[in-house]
Design a protein around this ligand. Structure first.
Ligand SMILES: NC(=O)c1ccc[n+]([C@@H]2O[C@H](COP(=O)([O-])OP(=O)(O)OC[C@H]3O[C@@H](n4cnc5c(N)ncnc54)[C@H](O)[C@@H]3O)[C@@H](O)[C@H]2O)c1
Length: 411
């Protein structure tokens, strides 16, 4: 199967590209180096440098014998994207090519408009390219569990069946995203759902939780094949940040009270889920949604696990609650369904002490490159007077008595 990976230079895209090419898929990657440029512009360089995409693809081919096509360009540039479709004729596209950082999207006007434009135009261009070149091409788009927010009821897998005044209808599950980035992931999902109904395209939307991990089987033979790994306040995901903080001897920065609970997964499971979706595609006209995570943790639980793993390696790891730069419920109900990928055959990797120790060891190899100035959060979500009741689940009469009171510390 010919698989085009949009965003193939990124954290998830590169690891996916290597794995799929080794599994016998014919792989081409597209990237415009936005992520690298943004890291340099904001002075938030990754933990270690990685070769450019051409160099990595050449190195990968020389080690594995698996070729990988490389196309440098912007998915928002429609003539560029259609030229890739013409030359490669993908049968499936994995869409990672979005601005993926919530703090970046909340940083200011320029970053907000970029996030909106980039994430929606890239998705709309992809849909049109599929319609123009091969309507059967399966789109796998990376969404995020963050689209749902933290409602005070169970989170279903994409859809919610509603009984209302004696009648029944199934809707997309209501969304309450907590950043502009997350809002664009609601909107790109809406775009895809719309075109499934209009044109009969086939789409799998993977609502993924925060990913952790560095090494995959493919990167182990040569350190230059590791993915881009950020640990800073803008681009780093929470567990990756904690691991670097533990090694740097900086207290783990728990935002607010630390009761924020999310579903997490290992980068190995991201790759496995994408591969399962490729092999068992959505039907024509189907907008298929999976909640892609393996286990849930509160931020406090994550910090405690990293502290314990650090102690195994003789690291003295402290934990510090700092004012929350985000506006979010810090204690809330959280029970998302995530059976879809398991029923497709996912064999989850869990966050064991061994996994944490292994990641800490990789970070320890790069401890001299850690810039401690990148650790404390700079981007604040808001400065207005906010009624904290509106941060949690939607409020109607009677809700307040059943819901834990969310709290936040506005900037
Ligand atoms: N990493 C996570 O924990 C996580 C969790 C949930 C969802 N996701 C989603 O997964 C996807 C990939 O995330 P990631 O962590 O690998 O991010 P990343 O920033 O490392 O990778 C995205 C890549 O896409 C490229 N890109 C962005 N816009 C582009 C454009 N217009 N044209 C061409 N290339 C473009 C970037 O340069 C980057 O290399 C994103 O859509 C993100 O929202 C990631």
């Amino acid at each position: 199967m010919r698989v085009l990976i949009l965003g193939g230079d990124g954290y998830l895209g590169w690891a996916t590209a290597m794995h799929l090419s080794r599994q016998g898929f014919e792989v081409a990657v597209v990237d415009n180096y936005f992520r690298r440029r943004a890291c340099t512009e904001l002075n938030r360089e990754p933990l270690f440098p990685v070769p450019n995409l051409h160099q990595r693809a050449e190195l990968w081919e020389s080690l594995s014998g698996c070729p990988m096509g490389v196309h440098i360009g912007d998915v928002c540039d429609y003539p560029f994207l259609t030229s890739v479709f013409r030359s490669f004729a993908p049968e499936a596209v994995i869409h990672y090519a979005e601005q993926p950082a919530a703090p970046y999207s909340m940083r200011g006007h320029r970053e907000a408009i970029f996030t909106l434009t980039n994430n929606l135009v890239s998705t709309a261009n992809l849909v049109h390219a599929v319609q123009e070149h091969n309507l059967r091409c399966h789109i796998i788009k990376l969404g995020t569990m963050g689209v749902y927010g933290t409602p005070n009821i169970d989170i279903e897998e994409g859809y919610l069946e509603v009984d209302y005044k004696g009648r029944r209808h199934t809707f997309l599950y209501p969304k309450t995203p907590g950043s502009l980035y997350h809002l664009t992931k609601v909107q790109d999902g809406d775009l895809l759902y719309f075109y499934c109904r209009m044109w009969g395209i086939r789409v799998t939307d993977l609502n993924q939780g925060p990913v952790y991990g560095l090494d995959t089987e493919e990167s182990r033979p040569d350190r230059r094949l590791l993915p881009i790994f950020n640990y800073d306040d803008v681009f780093g995901t929470v567990l990756n940040r904690f691991l670097v903080q533990a090694v740097a001897g900086v207290p783990l920065t728990v935002y607010g009270r630390g009761g924020q609970t999310r579903g997490y997964l290992n980068i190995l499971d991201t790759i496995a889920c994408v591969k399962l979706a490729l092999r068992q595609p959505a039907a024509a006209g189907q907008y298929r949604v999976f909640n892609q995570f393996v286990e849930t943790f509160s931020v406090n639980e994550l910090a405690a696990r990293v502290q314990a793993a650090g102690q195994e390696l003789g690291l003295a790891v402290e934990i510090q609650n700092i004012p929350n730069p985000r506006l979010e419920a810090e204690e809330h109900y959280y029970n998302p369904v995530h059976t879809g990928l398991l029923s497709l055959g996912l064999k989850p990797h869990y966050l064991t002490a061994d996994v944490l120790v292994d990641m800490l060891q990789t970070v320890l190899d790069h401890r001299r490159s850690i810039n401690k100035a990148l650790i404390f959060p700079e981007v604040q979500w808001g400065s207005g007077e906010i009624d904290k009741r509106f941060l949690g689940a939607g409020r109607g009469p009677g809700d307040a008595s059943r819901s834990p009171q969310p709290s936040c510390q506005a900037a």
